[in-house]
Design a protein around this ligand. Structure first.
Ligand code: GLN
Length: 236
C-alpha cells in the first residue's frame, strides 16, 4: 500500500458525473472485503471540481451518460492526476463510460473520436445497436477470477490494442464487440459490467485487493457468492 498510514486508499472518481446503476457499490464492497481481512481503508471521494490525488491505491470510475462522460474525460485529462497515478502503478477499476474514457479515444454522441486519458490501449466508438441486458463472461484464466456476471447498457464498442489484454470472453451479451468483455493492462482494468460489478463478483473484487496487498485469505461464503450464483443462473 502506498501511503505512510498503510491504509488502502480507495479513490472514487467523479461521483457527480460517473455513477450510474449503483456503481458506487464497487467502493463499498472493496472496503468491506479489505476490512474483513484486517486491512484498514480510507475512502476518498473526488468530485469533478477537485483535483485527483496521485497517492491512491485503487481508483474507481463508474458509468455515465454521453455528455457527463465527455465532461469527465475533459476534466481528467486537464487535471492529469489519474494519469500520474497510473504511471506510478496504481490500480484503476473503471466501468462502461469510465472504461471508455481511460482509453486512447472514445466516440462522442456523433461517433466523433475524442481523446481519452490514455492509460489503457483501447479505442471505443459507437455501435449500430445499443447493448442492453444481462452479460456473462469468462475471465482470462491467468487472473483466477472465473465467470463473471453483470448488467450492460451502452452504445459503445471497444477495440483492444496490442498493449492491453481482453479481460474475458463473452458467454452472453455484447461487451466489447460480441466476443470479448473488458480489458486490462498492468493494474488498469475496465469492464462494461454494472450490477454493480464487484458486489456481484466477489472474486473480481479480490483480484484488485490481491494486486495491491498480495495474497489474502479467503472469506467464508456470504451473500455476495449467493448473489453471484443467483445472477448466473438467471442469466444463462
Ligand atoms: N455513454 C456510453 C455508451 O453508451 C457509456 C454508457 C454507460 O456508462 N452506461 O456507450
Amino acid at each position: 500500500m502506498s501511503d505512510t498510514s498503510s491504509r488502502l486508499r480507495i479513490v472514487w472518481i467523479y461521483p457527480d458525473l460517473l455513477s450510474t446503476y449503483g456503481d458506487q457499490g464497487n467502493v463499498l464492497i472493496l472496503r468491506r472485503r479489505a476490512e474483513q481481512r484486517g486491512i484498514p481503508t480510507e475512502i476518498v471521494h473526488v468530485h469533478s471540481s477537485d483535483s485527483v490525488p496521485v497517492e491512491g491505491d485503487i481508483y474507481l470510475l463508474g458509468g455515465g451518460e454521453d455528455r457527463p462522460q465527455i465532461l469527465a474525460a475533459e476534466r481528467l485529462i486537464a487535471d492529469g492526476g489519474l494519469k500520474r497515478a497510473a504511471a506510478r502503478g496504481a490500480c484503476v477499476f473503471s466501468v462502461c463510460a469510465g472504461y471508455q474514457i481511460i482509453g486512447e479515444t472514445y466516440g462522442d454522441d456523433d461517433d466523433k473520436p475524442l481523446p481519452g486519458v490514455g492509460i489503457i490501449d483501447i479505442r471505443s466508438g459507437r455501435g449500430a445497436t445499443r447493448a442492453v441486458g444481462e452479460i456473462v463472461a469468462d475471465v482470462d484464466p491467468s487472473l483466477g477470477v472465473g465467470r463473471i456476471t453483470g448488467f450492460e447498457n451502452h452504445q459503445g464498442r471497444t477495440a483492444i490494442g496490442a498493449q492491453a489484454t481482453p479481460l474475458s470472453t463473452t458467454v452472453k451479451g455484447i461487451g466489447n464487440d460480441d466476443h470479448t468483455e473488458g480489458a486490462y493492462q498492468g493494474q488498469v482494468l475496465g469492464t462494461y459490467l454494472h450490477g454493480p460489478a464487484l458486489p456481484r463478483n466477489p472474486a473480481l473484487a479480490d483480484l484488485l485487493l490481491r494486486w495491491r496487498v498480495g495474497e489474502i485469505p479467503p472469506l467464508p461464503p456470504s451473500w455476495g457468492e449467493t448473489l453471484h450464483e443467483e445472477r448466473l443462473a438467471a442469466a444463462l
